[in-house]
Design a protein around this ligand. Structure first.
Ligand code: ADP
Length: 468
């Protein structure tokens, strides 16, 4: 069933129920809370007394007294007065027995029946006839004995009932119409939201449809949430796509990177096998090329392993107390040998006393080697390589410096992202994974890595490891 039909049903049923409820509850609550006589009770009561006197078999003072006294006993708040047609009292239950002139009676009847709304006594004069004589029964009751409130709805003819139909329909339908208007507008907004959710297109090249709903109510808030959610999904999708593209590019580059050195190595090996070289120096040169290419391929395979390890989030660290100065010294010696003859100034700075810290030494070595490799590979124009080890009570810092071409500021924010490369494409070796690995290793040690670079002046990578 559609919401609109449900609403109509609800409104019709609830109106019928509320009308019945109103009628019954007002009558019962009125009865319980409002004690007293109503005009509608008093008139028939007076008439019933008159009827009983008129129908009495004998009519005399005693019979009259008996009837009126009985009525007084039954209704002690009411004063009963039996008058002849001259206004003379024949019996008065209050014992006053007044003689009433026409003026007196007229004054008593003044403003009846509305009189019960004031504080004056209420009087009802009922004519009677007995034995050919005219009499009057005067019923008097204090206003305080009347009901304190009454609602009348009086219709004498069907025609007059019809005049009420339009106001009743109008007054009952107004809340309906307002409720339907409110519901329709809410329904329209929900439909819009529903439609937008249905159409939600996460492709970043399709136009983004922003829903406009300025109201501050729950639906307005939902629309705002929808808008921000749609934007977030689209940007995340774009990021995933970008990542996926990089991955594809990486795979195709990788197969190319593996095949190229292989071809060179095959050529060199073939030359050595056939003995087709000029002298010992050429032989050495070819062997060196094979060695270089092997190292390069080895590194590529290492990086591939790193990628799959990162994909499976497999970076478990085994902390143990290590002499970090010793680790740095060992790596520095390696690089001094590698750079031997390359005319690169190599500075190693570390405190005299050894620095002990709980780390996963092989992982820290790898991080340091990655930074040093980058400094050699990308920063060799500066002819400078620096390693610095500093420590205080809280932390240990490992700094790698070079003075090469550096990293332009627009790349700083993303430099630690996986597959991110400054040249973006194929210039130079590498898969854009090295710095991401360094960051993972450092963060696994609860440390942090920072980078600062002024291209052509100095590029610094600083690893900070907490001591506790
Ligand atoms: P890869 O070296 O495999 O490309 P990295 O994550 O190690 O990946 O480095 C990402 C990019 O950061 C490199 O492509 C390079 O452009 C840049 N980069 C890293 N270190 C330096 C450095 N010392 N000097 C200049 N550029 C650097």
């Amino acid at each position: 069933m559609k919401l609109r039909t449900k609403l109509w049903l609800l409104l019709v049923v609830s109106t019928a129920m509320s009308m019945v409820l109103f009628g019954y509850s007002s009558v019962w609550i009125g009865k319980a809370a409002n004690k007293g006589y109503t005009l509608f009770q008093l008139n028939p009561l007076a008439q019933s007394i008159v009827d009983s006197i008129e129908e009495q078999p004998e009519f005399g003072e005693d019979a009259l007294k008996r009837t009126l006294d009985n009525a007084h006993v039954e209704h002690p708040a009411i004063r009963w007065l039996w008058l002849n047609d001259q206004g003379q009292s024949l019996y008065d239950t209050s014992g006053l027995n007044p003689n009433l002139s026409f003026k007196d009676l007229a004054m008593l009847m003044q403003q009846m029946p509305q009189r019960f709304l004031t504080d004056d006594d209420v009087h009802i004069l009922t004519p009677a006839a007995r034995d050919g004589q005219s009499y009057f029964l005067l019923l008097s009751i204090p206003a305080s004995e009347m009901k304190q409130g009454e609602v009348y709805f009086m219709v004498r003819t069907y025609k007059s009932l019809l005049t009420l139909v339009v106001p009743i329909i109008l007054s009952f339908s107004l809340p309906f119409l307002l409720a339907i208007w409110l519901f329709s507008s809410i329904n329209k907004r929900i439909r819009k939201l529903n439609h937008a959710l249905n159409q939600l297109n996460i492709q970043s090249d399709s136009p983004h449809v922003e829903l406009v709903d300025r109201s501050k109510d729950e639906l307005g808030q939902l629309t705002q949430h929808y808008n921000s959610m749609a934007l977030r999904i689209r940007s995340q999708f774009a990021e995933i796509q970008q990542f996926e593209n990089k991955r594809k590019l990486l795979l195709s580059n990788l197969s190319h990177d593996l095949r190229t050195p292989l071809t060179t190595m095959l050529g060199c090996a073939e030359m050595i096998r056939t003995g087709n070289y000029k002298d010992q120096q050429e032989l050495q040169g070819r062997a060196k090329i094979i060695l270089q290419r092997c190292r390069y391929m080895d590194k590529l395979l290492d990086q591939m392993l790193d990628i799959s390890r990162q994909d499976s989030d497999d970076l478990t660290i085994r902390l143990a107390d290590h002499n970090l100065s010793e680790v740095v010294r060992k790596i520095a010696v390696e690089y001094i040998m590698i750079l031997d003859g390359d005319q690169i100034q190599f500075d190693v700075e570390m405190p005299d006393e050894d620095i002990q810290i709980a780390v996963d030494a092989p992982l820290i070595e790898r991080a340091l080697r990655n930074l040093l490799d980058n400094a050699v590979r990308y920063g060799n124009e500066g002819r400078y390589l620096g390693i610095q080890l500093t420590a205080d009570e809280q932390a240990v810092n490992l700094i790698v410096k070079d003075k090469g071409k550096g990293i332009p500021p627009e790349h700083h924010a993303r430099i630690f992202e996986r597959f991110y490369r400054v040249d973006g494409g194929r210039k130079g070796e590498g898969l854009g994974i090295g710095l991401a690995i360094v960051k993972d290793i450092v963060e696994a040690h609860q440390g942090r890595i920072e980078m600062s670079s002024i291209p052509g002046v100095e590029t610094t990578f600083r690893i900070t490891l907490p001591r506790t």
